[in-house]
Design a protein around this ligand. Structure first.
Ligand code: G6P
Length: 612
């Protein structure tokens, strides 16, 4: 959701900024722009639509300069037109912004009364005017930005330039993510790491209420509230640039689906002690006694991460008998949640920046709960805010539709479930060793699922891709997998798809079934197989086509009762979700590819949802 790039150095930076914006495309956007200082004047190019339009504008009227900022905008205030695209200018100042200025109406009225004129409908333009007003009062750019921000309420990450001061790039953060890249004679700014990874791996994640002044010679940091300087924590990122590239695949999503064996392996690495039947969770700041003392766990998350949380609920309850609730962060945050220090809160998030999850974390911390973040991005807001963390090691996930982050989140929750079971005495090391052995066999079982020829999925996409509605059904952990399958399908191919607990089918969704509504039934051989098979029969009896996702022995039993079968290897029930998740992802991918939708950046969606 909105991407920011900044550069100050000695290189001509228009292409560098454009390239950085391309690496932020996954965040979701609908217009883009760039501002560069050239000989004491601004060169600003903006365009509605995708970055190719901005590139075209830059080809038409090239710009050059060694200090600049760029932006991809995901429209909130005002439609995605060129006029509303960032950067926004007021006097000598330009600003780009990610987030929402909540008191924009009051501020705009005040500025209008003073004679300021506006050329866009955005809340961002107000910030440019506020900074310009402070400049007019005699403050330098850094102080002008600081004083302007003190007047602003809301979520923001901003970057600002002044054409009369081409030696300074100022940026600030409150809620929306911003990372500073430290180079040699050049410094960088970005909403996310992949955008600057090919230039530097030394980064500083800005925290809420912090600002940075970038010069060619270095970066200085200060607090927005007081202007007081502070020494930042510099981190070295070990992701390689290649990890954020497509690597020969047609889409990031397909690449990321295929990275899952590696991603799950990396998430388990050095944490599993099979011989002792234990797990070691770096980042978990809780003793076994503390783990044993919790009365309940609450998992908070959004979207795909919420589905991983639902799988985690089954695992934690089964292994440790600790009661678990799984909550949508957007609902939970406003519910005056019943949590206290006896409740372990587990926040699951790929990006670590989701606004609703962040707000829910704060809500639970204010009530005394310990928050454990299950997260993929080191240094992200959620990791920094939480009391403990359990990092997933999926590597950078670029496609908006989450895939490898999902299976690594399940892997992390599985490890936590075993840890809790051992601490609470519901698992003995012998049993834990068996569960861990099953877990470390998951990556190679995923490899097997990935060996299914693409032609099987392509054929299904051709056969069912024109449906306007689909159902996804499952029981046990196959229920959240069905929810995830439906979410993937609607995100990517815009087909209306609903996920349901198969046992609920008779309470409503069965009314939808006819020849035009295919159902994907997740029914691997296991404790729920027979019951789910009845759902297959009920669906077929009403003329609905069934795609069964099952194991070889399940396929044998189903025979011709399904219209199509996607097979995953036999495995114990507690690891089955890892395997059945893969056909959900591949089916949604191939249907979207068949329909010709934008697989990696589906319409209206954003990778990192930093507003409510
Ligand atoms: C957006 C993304 C989803 C993701 C959700 C939660 O909707 O498009 O893929 O599952 O946000 O994001 P998080 O980063 O907190 O996991």
């Amino acid at each position: 959701m909105c991407g920011i790039i900044g550069y100050i150095g000695t290189e001509d930076c228009a292409n560098l900024i454009l390239e950085g914006l391309r690496r932020l495309e996954y965040r979701g956007y609908d217009s883009a722009g760039i501002a560069i200082i050239t000989d004491g004047r601004f060169e600003i190019r903006r365009a509605a639509g995708k970055l190719d339009r901005l590139a075209e504008a830059l080809r038409g009227e090239p710009v050059s300069g060694t200090i600049g900022i760029g932006h991809t905008r995901w429209a909130t205030h005002g439609p995605p037109t060129e006029l509303n695209a960032h950067p926004h200018r007021a006097g000598d100042v330009v600003v780009v912004h990610n987030g929402i200025i909540e008191n924009h109406r009051v501020l705009k009225a005040e500025l209008l009364a003073e004679g300021h004129t506006f050329s866009s409908e955005t809340d961002t333009e107000i910030v440019a005017h506020l900074v310009s007003r402070e400049r007019g009062r005699g403050h330098g750019l850094v102080e002008a930005v600081r004083l302007a921000l003190l007047q602003v309420h809301g979520a923001y990450a901003i970057a600002a330039l002044d054409r009369t001061d081409p030696e300074t790039l100022v940026a600030a953060k409150n809620a929306s993510p911003l990372v500073v890249g430290l180079g040699d004679g050049a410094n960088y700014l970005a909403s996310d790491i992949p955008a600057i990874l090919q230039h530097t791996r030394r980064v500083v994640f800005l925290d809420e209420g912090q600002m940075v002044v970038l010069r060619r010679s270095g970066a200085t940091f200060q607090h927005i509230a007081t202007g007081a300087p502070f020494e930042p924590k510099v981190q070295v990122i070990n992701w390689t640039p290649a990890m954020a590239e497509k690597g020969g695949y047609r889409h990031f999503m397909l690449k990321e689906i295929h990275e899952q064996p590696r991603a799950v392996t990396d998430t388990l690495r050095e944490r599993v002690r099979i011989e002792r039947g234990t797990v070691e969770l770096d980042g978990l700041n809780l003793t076994d006694e503390q783990l044993a003392g919790f009365s309940r766990a609450v998992i908070i998350a959004c979207g795909t991460s919420w589905h991983a949380g639902l799988v985690g609920e089954y695992l934690i309850e089964q292994f440790s008998r600790l009661p678990v609730e799984v909550e949508l962060a957007s609902e939970f945050r406003y519910r005056e949640p019943c949590v206290d220090e006896k409740v372990l809160v587990i926040a699951v998030s790929q990006s670590g920046e989701t606004a609703d999850t962040l707000a829910a974390i704060k809500e639970t911390q204010s009530r005394g709960s310990h928050v454990l973040a299950v997260c993929n991005v080191v240094g992200s807001s959620i990791v920094r805010l939480s009391n403990s963390n359990l990092m997933t090691h999926a590597g950078p996930e670029v496609s908006v539709a989450s895939t490898k982050a999902f299976t690594t989140q399940i892997a992390a929750l599985y490890l936590l479930a075993v840890k809790l079971g051992l601490a609470r005495g519901t698992l003995q090391p012998g049993r834990a060793a068996v569960l861990l052995q099953d877990l470390i066999e998951v990556p190679s079982a995923i490899e097997t699922v990935l060996e299914t020829p693409a032609s099987e999925y392509v054929a299904l996409a051709r056969r069912f891709g024109n449906a306007t509605s689909m159902l996804y059904l499952g029981r046990g952990t196959s229920f959240p997998i069905a929810l995830e399958g439906a979410l993937k399908t609607k995100e990517l191919s815009y087909i209306h798809a609903e996920g349901y607990a198969a046992g609920e089918m008779k309470h409503g969704p069965i009314a939808l079934i006819d020849e035009s509504v295919p159902s994907v039934v997740v029914c691997p051989m296991g404790p729920h197989f027979d019951k789910t098979l009845s759902n297959v029969a009920e669906t077929r009896a009403r003329g609905g086509a069934v795609i069964a996702v099952t194991t070889p022995s399940g396929a044998e039993r189903i025979g011709s009762d399904a219209d199509a079968v996607l097979v995953v290897p036999e495995a114990p029930d507690h690891v089955m979700a890892f395997l059945t998740a893969i056909p959900m992802q591949l089916l949604a991918y191939h249907i979207a590819d068949f329909k010709g939708t934008d697989v990696d950046q589906p319409r209206n969606l954003a990778k990192s949802v930093t507003v409510e």
